[in-house]
Design a protein around this ligand. Structure first.
Ligand SMILES: Cc1cc2nc3c(=O)[nH]c(=O)nc-3n(C[C@H](O)[C@H](O)[C@H](O)COP(=O)(O)OP(=O)(O)OC[C@H]3O[C@@H](n4cnc5c(N)ncnc54)[C@H](O)[C@@H]3O)c2cc1C
Length: 511
């Protein structure tokens, strides 16, 4: 007899637990019983303020209004990232990774034509208006643009703790998800090795058909119970600690940056994320290359130099082991979020991996236990690929740096620390631009355009370009259109804070 998979138990109620519950409940309705167990004793990680544009689709799918997000989570627009000091650390060293694809990207080899033309103007500025939009403090849409629609592509910066609260309330009140506030003390197995039940301190046993491990860095089910091996990445991406701070604006009406600002440091980098109410600032660093005291001093210098106001509390330290699990789906258990793995937060890849995991779990949902191994194999294969791509993409930010003066950056360039596939791609990109052929799977987290933005932003140049150039006239036409669009958008778009204030007060038109 086939056993139907109906009873879903999600262990952990952070961003991973509630996003997964929301997607499953919105897609499957009453067909599934979904319970989220959240320990009253274990706080969520409380960071994770930068997202990817996929978040717009995810929140719409779950049924949360965009204006609610702005009001309740202190959300702001994020249009990409700005990298300061990554190339050589000089005062002029700054480039953008915007979220919008280059204009004409699918119709012409823009990068080749830009390289042929001497590559004098920064690549991102040549191919998209978004860099100018960010630089002029403009929002990515207008007050009349409907909810979740964009004029230029965007994601959010938001308060992670408030996002957790909003997701929890919405899941319970609107989607029928059950919430159990209790501490998981043990795991009970069936004879075949499946998880039969979780043992809770107050409530006793909670049985289920499928268990989702969202217990954060503890990885209670996937890591501790199943002992799925951990694939460490410390030899590729060295950062293993972060110091996080919340910093008030000196002037409450100060403009809100609509990109994450990532500033290179001697042994790591500092994120700076602007919300309407405060900034979130943190130093991610390698404990093998610097001390906690030096990292804290670098953070304090950054805050002072960037206009941080008033007396600040001590920064909160978070330690993590960079890497991911060899399998994400084991028997009747799927790991999502930090329980599945974590690599430094450069480029905000963690929450997008949660969204993609929840979406794949929901869309490829195994109706019967007997078929679960098929779905599990596909899930494991997809996410092993995605983790490798994320790691290669993050490493790209370091490997091209010419910074000297600290062992951290020299070690990042050492051949032994560069994954083979990235090393091979870099050889090909010496004579042609990154293209979709290099990233053949559907739903790549970072499209080939993102690789171009980083590669050329970091100053990488190709020689002896191969390939057809008949598109050069077309490309030059796209560059000219981009310039015209830039002028139009700078006139038409409201200021970032002005639009955020408007949305908080008056909302946005429905879709
Ligand atoms: C410094 C830093 C900066 C980051 N910045 C970003 C960013 O900008 N963008 C991005 O995409 N990601 C970022 N991340 C990652 C992001 O924070 C996480 O991916 C995200 O918050 C999801 O966390 P989680 O839900 O997996 O785990 P957690 O938030 O840790 O939640 C774990 C849950 O498990 C529960 N739990 C644990 N043990 C038990 C138990 N025994 N019984 C019951 N419940 C239990 C807890 O109560 C909690 O509800 C960052 C991470 C770090 C460390």
């Amino acid at each position: 007899m086939s056993s139907i998979v109906r009873d879903i138990v999600i262990a952990g109620g952070g961003t991973a637990g509630w996003l997964t519950a929301g997607v499953l409940a919105a897609d499957h309705g009453e067909r599934l019983r979904i319970r989220v167990i959240e320990s009253p004793d274990v706080a969520t990680i409380g960071v994770g303020e930068g997202t990817w544009p996929t978040m717009r689709d995810t929140l719409r799918r779950i049924g949360i209004a965009e204006s609610t997000l702005f009001r309740e989570c202190d959300a702001a627009f994020k249009q990409g990232s700005r990298f300061d000091g990554w190339r050589d650390g000089s005062a002029q060293d700054r480039y953008f990774h915007p979220f919008s694809l280059p204009h004409g990207y699918l119709d012409a080899d823009l990068a080749a034509v830009w390289l042929d033309g001497g590559a004098e103007r920064p690549f991102a500025e040549t191919v998209t208006p978004q860099v100018a939009v960010c630089r002029h403090g403009k929002a990515p849409k207008q007050a009349a643009t409907p909810e979740y629609a964009a004029v230029v592509n965007y994601a959010y910066h938001l308060d992670a703790v408030k996002l957790g609260t909003l997701l929890r309330e919405h899941c319970i009140q609107s989607l029928g998800v059950e919430h159990i506030a209790d501490h998981i003390e043990g795991v009970e197995s069936r004879d075949d090795g499946d998880i039969a039940a979780l043992r809770l301190r107050e409530r006793g046993r909670v049985t289920g058909d499928l268990f989702v491990d969202c217990t954060g860095l503890r990885s209670l089910l996937l890591g501790q119970h199943f002992e799925v091996p951990f694939i460490g990445q410390r030899d590729v991406l060295f950062n293993d600690r972060a110091l996080a701070l919340q910093v008030p604006y000196a002037d409450a009406s100060a403009e809100i940056a609509s990109q994450t600002i990532s500033t290179a440091q001697d042994s790591g980098w500092i994120w700076d994320i602007g919300l309407p109410t405060r900034r979130g600032i943190g130093h991610v660093y390698s404990s093998a290359h610097t001390s906690d005291a030096e990292a804290e001093a670098a953070l304090a210098r950054y805050v002072a130099a960037s206009g941080g106001a008033g007396e600040l509390p001590a920064a909160r330290q978070i330690r993590f082991e960079p890497g991911y699990r060899a399998r994400f789906w084991e028997r009747n258990c799927v790991g999502i979020g930090l329980a599945a793995g974590f690599i430094e937060p450069l480029e905000a890849s963690a929450i997008v991996l949660i969204e993609l995991s929840a979406a794949l779990l929901s869309e490829d949902f195994p109706a019967f236990r007997q078929d679960m191994h098929i779905v599990a194999r596909r899930f494991n294969d997809t996410f092993a690929y995605r983790w490798r791509r994320v790691i290669d993409f993050l490493k790209l930010h370091y490997v091209l740096s010419q910074r000297t003066g600290s062992a951290y950056w020299r070690d990042h360039r050492a051949d032994a620390s560069v994954p083979t596939e990235l090393r091979e791609l870099l050889r090909l990109w010496r004579y042609r631009a990154p293209s979709q052929r290099d990233f053949p799977r559907g739903e790549e987290i970072f499209p080939s355009a993102s690789w171009q933005y980083i590669l050329y932003g970091m100053g990488f140049r190709a020689e002896n370009l191969v390939g057809r150039r008949e598109s050069s006239g077309k490309s030059l036409g796209f560059f000219a259109e981009t310039e015209r669009a830039t002028r139009r958008l700078l006139d038409a778009l409201p200021g970032n804070r002005a639009l955020i204030d408007h949305i908080r007060a008056r909302g946005l038109p429905p879709i």
